[in-house]
Design a protein around this ligand. Structure first.
Ligand code: HEC
Length: 395
């Protein structure tokens, strides 16, 4: 296990609730932790020790206090007396044992559903639209201990009874939650930018602009003139307001392109062109479709694009490109921690990379594409995460 000298974990209790569930009928009360607020904590772990050794140096009191805090969020219940007995006997070694047991309970499956529903602001029903599909898929994957990556790559969706169904966009391919009308319509917008950005923030824990290594920009000359420029004459400001349109939109455009055939209702329209409506609002095409960043009509109508340097045929390929990147896995771990601990998204984006890398490496040593259960076991039994609750106690 390689780890740099100081592993720092900073958990900040967010002052506000990061996500508000819109247009939804909530299944359960949001489970925001109500115990005393977290303080910012920096934990340094001895780099020469293995995770097992570091866990072994935790006290029973530390482990119990931590698991008491975590149980309601992860298992949907409080810590049981027989679990406290296990903690007293095994101390830190009890962590993976107890958390593993939790991942087999219904409360864990419900947590997976609520996590994804909250992140994508999708639950309930809206007209003929079933906004539960993303949550249903998350629950199905968690329950069946399937790779968590199927959240972006499953070639099926799941109905409210838990049965596999075709996703509802009507596209001739599927990409997990990406091909649910719930996700697509909730994030519809001009140039398909909101869809692209929501995927990057939710499943990549990043925002534009990325580095040119992470996302090689599209060539200036293939873009429509609006996005070719670095600066609009006479404009000022720092965000989308006169500064380097090309720097963000050359990357944005690539990630928006696979959405070009999905209308604002989330339906796949084979005849979509990606061409801007004449005289219409910028970024709009006909019939509730959005315009492409690409100027050539031969390419603007195609779903093919380049994501993280990989050529993809469509949105299913984009899902694959995401889950093939390390960033998807560390973001899944960070996002899960953020949900369990009630952290703001900005805090999740800055969780210590060393800890996230440790967790993903440990999970991948068990499964090449880990299930949510395996990610949760490794994440929540990481000694730096446990120690962040109890900074005073230094072993
Ligand atoms: C720092 C990165 C960045 C830069 C630079 C930038 N944009 Fe954007 N642009 C964004 C983001 C982020 C969005 C919002 C996507 C969303 O809806 O979540 C956006 C959205 C847009 C939209 C769609 C607005 C809407 O309501 O959906 C247009 C049009 C646009 N930008 C044009 C430009 C132009 C023109 C420039 C240069 C003058 C520019 N942007 C520079 C990041 C950037």
């Amino acid at each position: 296990m390689s780890r740099s000298a100081a592993v720092a974990l900073v958990l900040l209790l967010s002052g506000c609730v990061a996500e508000v569930v819109e247009s939804s009928i909530k299944k359960a009360e949001p489970k925001i932790p109500t115990a005393s607020p977290y303080v910012p904590v920096v934990v340094e772990l001895a780099p020469e020790k293995t995770l097992e050794e570091l866990r072994a140096s935790l006290t029973a009191a530390q482990v119990e206090a931590y698991l008491r805090r975590l149980a309601p969020m992860l298992a949907g219940r409080s810590l049981k007396a027989d679990e406290v007995t296990v903690i007293n006997a095994q101390k830190g070694a009890a962590l993976p044992v107890i958390i593993d047991a939790w991942t087999h309970e219904d409360g864990f499956v419900l947590m997976a559903r609520e996590w994804i529903s909250t992140r994508l602001k999708a639950s309930g029903k809206k007209g003929d639209l079933n906004l539960e599909l993303p949550g249903n898929l998350a629950a199905y994957l968690a329950k069946n201990r399937l790779p968590h990556s199927e959240i972006l790559t499953a070639n099926f969706c799941v109905d409210d009874s838990g049965a596999k169904i075709a996703c509802d966009s009507g596209a001739p391919f599927a990409a997990g939650v990406l091909t649910t009308r719930a996700f697509l319509s909730n994030n519809a917008g001009r140039f398909n930018l909101k869809r692209a950005r929501t995927v990057l923030r939710t499943f990549g824990c990043k925002d534009y602009p990325l580095t040119a290594v992470q996302q090689p920009p599209l060539a200036r000359e293939v873009l429509i003139p609006l996005f070719q420029q670095d600066k609009v004459e006479g404009a000022s400001g720092t965000f989308g307001n006169g500064v380097a349109c090309y720097s963000c939109h050359s990357q944005f455009g690539a990630h928006a392109q696979p959405f070009v055939k999905f209308n604002s209702d989330g339906k796949w329209i084979s005849t979509a062109t990606g061409i801007q409506i004449e005289g219409g609002e910028q970024g709009r095409s006909v019939d509730g479709l959005s315009a492409s960043h690409l100027s050539n009509p031969e390419t603007s109508r195609l779903e093919a694009s380049q994501v993280f340097g990989v050529q993809v045929p469509n949105l299913a390929g984009m899902g694959e490109a995401y889950v093939s990147s390390l960033g998807f896995w560390t973001c899944s771990v960070g996002g899960l921690m953020g949900y369990a601990f009630g952290l703001a998204e900005s805090t999740v984006f800055t969780l210590p990379q060393d800890v996230l890398d440790d967790v993903v490496a440990a999970a991948r040593a068990k499964e090449p594409r880990p299930s949510l259960a395996t990610l949760a076991i490794e994440a929540f039994s990481h000694p730096a995460v446990v120690r962040s609750f109890d900074p005073q106690e230094t072993p």
